[in-house]
Design a protein around this ligand. Structure first.
Ligand code: NAD
Length: 281
């Protein structure tokens, strides 16, 4: 049987379907030099450099660089595919090494590839003083903290109150983000073929007065979760590496997004092998 990821949506896409590309770099000297090399070689093979609507985005650096690339090319998610080269330690999204760059270029130019799609997290912030709804997409996770001190918030699942949370904060992660901050919060590792989000607590207070579930919670598609302020409505929210402050928050809603991220796979990369290689060795 062919060894492929369960999330593969397109088998054997022709190499010439990748006509335009962009390269995102971490910005250090080594990654920048590698970017120049990749650009030169792909342009030599008649691919066109295009930062507006590229077919392929190559990220050169680490997982943080891929997160940066994801947020830069958000508007083209339905057609842009991503691939990551790491110039530091093995990354979760950045799985090609600097030494393999020639093989990657050769694969982009000559080989057919698969497209695998992974679920994303939708975050919507609603305010008490306006009708505005600010929405964000996260590739890894969103964290919600108080703008100042302890977070006191009600957690609702599908509109029904689930618990009252007191503590440092809450983390909602995607399946591919489950190996990032979520793992540090003792969350489970979720296979990305499961369209789901995971809620983990960040240092909750549990005593006679305050009680939370205390376990990570995994929600399927369509089971949205709302976080509503109890008193202080000033929230600090992170979406991947980006951080924002929100005043007069009515609620923050997290759910599985309609959109998905697409990765170009030029060779098999089973998820569990990546988990093993990253964490067990
Ligand atoms: P960064 O690029 O230095 O990333 C921090 C670390 O997280 C790196 O070692 C990176 O390889 C790893 N990482 C990122 N995404 C991963 C994933 N999906 N699976 C496994 N490891 C992953 O710093 P940044 O650009 O600020 O990255 C932001 C990310 O850092 C956040 O999305 C969050 O997941 C992670 N983070 C982790 C912790 C923690 O584990 N305690 C705390 C804060 C942030």
């Amino acid at each position: 049987m062919k060894d492929k990821d369960e999330t593969t949506v397109a088998d054997d896409v022709a190499a010439n379907s990748l006509r335009t590309f962009a390269v995102e770099t971490r910005g250090d000297t080594f990654s920048n030099a590698l970017r120049e090399r990749i650009m030169k070689e792909l342009i030599h093979f008649h691919l066109v450099y295009d930062e507006t609507a590229p077919d392929l985005v190559i990220s050169v650096g680490g997982d943080g660089t891929l997160l940066q690339a994801f947020h830069r090319y958000l508007s083209g998610l339905s057609h842009t595919a991503f691939v990551g080269v790491h110039t530091g330690h093995l990354g979760f999204y950045a799985d090609w090494t600097a030494e393999e760059v020639d093989e990657l270029v050769e694969s982009v130019v000559r080989k057919s590839h698969n497209i695998v799609e992974y679920p994303l997290l939708r975050v919507a912030v609603s305010y008490s003083d306006t009708n505005e709804l600010k929405t964000y997409l996260a590739l890894n996770e969103c964290t919600i903290r108080s703008g100042e001190g302890l977070l006191a918030a009600d957690v609702l699942i599908r509109g029904e109150k689930f618990e009252s949370f007191r503590g440092d904060g809450l983390c909602f992660s995607t399946p591919t983000g489950s190996t990032a901050y979520n793992k540090g919060l003792a969350g489970a590792i979720i296979h990305p073929s499961l369209a789901s989000i995971q809620l983990t607590e960040i240092a909750s207070i549990n005593n006679r007065v305050f009680r939370t579930l205390g376990s990570p919670l995994i929600l399927p598609r369509h089971h949205h979760c709302q976080v509503k302020p109890v008193n202080d409505a000033r929230f600090s929210v992170t979406v991947d590496h980006l951080s924002t402050l929100h005043d007069k928050v009515k609620y923050i809603e997290c759910s599985v997004a309609e959109e998905r991220i697409r990765f170009a796979r030029f060779r098999p990369l089973p998820f569990w092998r990546r988990v093993r290689d990253s964490f067990i060795g």
